[in-house]
Design a protein around this ligand. Sequence first.
Ligand SMILES: Nc1ncnc2c1ncn2[C@@H]1O[C@H](COP(=O)(O)OP(=O)(O)OP(=O)(O)O)[C@@H](O)[C@H]1O
Ligand SMILES: [Mg+2]
Length: 309
Amino acid sequence: MAVGDIVVMTDHSSGEGSRPLLEAAVEVLTGMQAVSVDARHFMTGGNGRVIVERETVRLTVPSEDLVVTPEVLVVYEIPPTGRWRFETFQRSVLRSGSSCLGADVDAWRAATDKHQTVMRFSQEGVAQMETIALCDPDPNAALDAFTRLGGDVWARPRTGAGGKDVFHVTTIEDLHDARRHYTTSGQDWLLSRDAGNVGPDGRRHQFRVVVLHDRVLRVCEHVQSDSDAPCNESRGAVSTTVPVGNFPAEFSRLAISATRSLGLPFGGVDLAVENGGVVFEVNVHPVLDVPEGFETLAIPFIQAHLSPQ
Ligand SMILES: Nc1ncnc2c1ncn2[C@@H]1O[C@H](COP(=O)(O)OP(=O)(O)OP(=O)(O)O)[C@@H](O)[C@H]1O
Ligand SMILES: [Mg+2]
């Protein structure tokens, strides 16, 4: 068991609500209060300092009069667009002896940059819908990709934002609207064949499968009434928990291999079961503030830090 500090480091500007569950799980499992640290101090430009010596890491934040020596460092709620500013810190943590499941820069990049995700999935044989990555394409290049993919596709930004800027594209006009949107907002993007994840009732549906190493911790189904909108809760999808034992083993295996293919120990996999099962993405920090999230997610995630594999 830990004798040093147990630190829960999150971006305190995040409103996702995972932090209190992680801190409560630390207390339940160890009887110790977690030290809560704002990750922004340890991002490029922050005033946090890291000293690694003889297998320990000491973190100081002069502005908050804080000095901690984490034996266990739990990192969570780091927004995708801020992750590159956290990499120097992650590399220091990796050199230290702290138990941390969030220090692998390459794994985070592979999951956060969807161009890399798609490449990794195809190298590792993880099923996905056929996808073409696009960087500021001219109208002809966009049209060529759209045509090659069969003319019923989804456009997504290279760095995700919870279903924002995701479009179902079925006409050339939609395609050019999407292209202009990404050009104006300065985003690279991807086009993928439609996964056909429409149920008999005409509604879109897919699953969020949370994986820890080789175990599925929680499954929920997301159902979206608007068949042109993504199945993100932030875009109006409704989520229902599915007992893990009722979820087909082949899709559990798919979620586990998707997470492993990116080098992540833990992740929230978005997948559709049509077309034999296809993965859209793996979220580095799936929201924990969900029904039964404390018991099914926060507790095993903290446990994995306390008794590393
Ligand atoms: N090929 C596709 N067919 C059907 N639906 C798709 C397809 N591609 C994307 N979608 C829908 O769009 C959603 C958003 O895509 P994705 O999960 O990759 O990014 P995101 O949730 O916006 O990103 P992040 O979670 O990183 O913020 C998917 O979960 C799915 O509902
Ligand atoms: Mg998603």
